[in-house]
Design a protein around this ligand. Sequence first.
Ligand SMILES: [Zn+2]
Ligand SMILES: [Zn+2]
Ligand SMILES: [Zn+2]
Ligand SMILES: [Zn+2]
Length: 371
Amino acid sequence: MRTDVFPIDNNGIADQKPDPMFESLVKNAIDFLKKSVNELEKDPKYSVIHFFVAIELFLKARLLAEHWTLILTDINKVKSKELTVLQKFKEGDVHTVGLEKAIDRLRNVCELHIPSKAEVYFNKVKKHRNKLVHFFHPEYHEDPPPGTYHEIVPEQWSAWYYLHKLLIDEWETHFGDYADEINELDSMIMSNKKYLAAKFEEIRPDIEDEKKRGVEYKVCSWCGFESARCQDIHDLLYSRTCRVCFHQDNKLHIECPECRNEILVEDQGIGECSCGFSSDIDYLISTLGGYYDPKEEEGLAYCAECEYSSDPSVICLNDEKGIYLCLNCLTIHYNAGKCGFCDTYVAGMDLGPSYSYGCILCDGAAGWDDS
Ligand SMILES: [Zn+2]
Ligand SMILES: [Zn+2]
Ligand SMILES: [Zn+2]
Ligand SMILES: [Zn+2]
């Protein structure tokens, strides 16, 4: 899809203030986001597609702010005899990075912190968008059935939460000029809470019932309803899952190898002990990697949620009940298996159609996903 094409001003690249390319990318991103918010009720299908375009455009804009070549998929493939790379770029005749590459470059070239949860929610929107673009998505009929918003709204909401935080807090020097517009969009998106309130009312009797039977519920840190169900899934984990917005609030607790105190780990394996010891994902994998699934010789699986693909990051907490945990994003998965096409051991995705459509590491026989 060439939705990423943007008008380029010929005199913009050398003088940086203000960079018209950056400006047009950001304006384009804001337009797509506005469209997406306005379409949610009338046309949820396009709302998802346009929302994803907006995410990609914002991330590309941040890459562009670093250097324009960073948004090219492969600089070596751009060259031609007649035109320079820059000329082709200005004409929009280049292939630009998708979500995965954009995040990878923001992390590894620009050394920016993108939380793994942000990646999880961006990926969820991407998966919806892929299903809609490439084949029929069962949830989006002409007339969306009641309840359609229950899934889209929290996902868009969560993805936007992280994007908004990046744009306004972390990348303020770059996006500060657009703060008013971005914050206006923020309140539009937050007003979708009404769909979640309706869902909360719907499941409230059931929650009350469970509470009487001793199940503990807490206020969800995400949507604010008292719908976060506390679960004792494993002695390594403090875990809550919200029944309204599906937000999982999982905290891993490990013992500090230096002072034996408890360390709480929330994201990317990072946990700090008061004694000065800090853990990272490699430390967790080396200490908890023993939680192998005995049925699988590979032991650790790749995570379909955060798509942390440098190494497999999912351990098996309980092979009888089929409970898996990603040490990078702390998502709990209830299934794991091998990709029908490339044989990779993956947790958290429906592997039924994997021969045709692939897994997080391959494109499958159909090779349909080009982003
Ligand atoms: Zn919630
Ligand atoms: Zn310690
Ligand atoms: Zn993960
Ligand atoms: Zn595969």
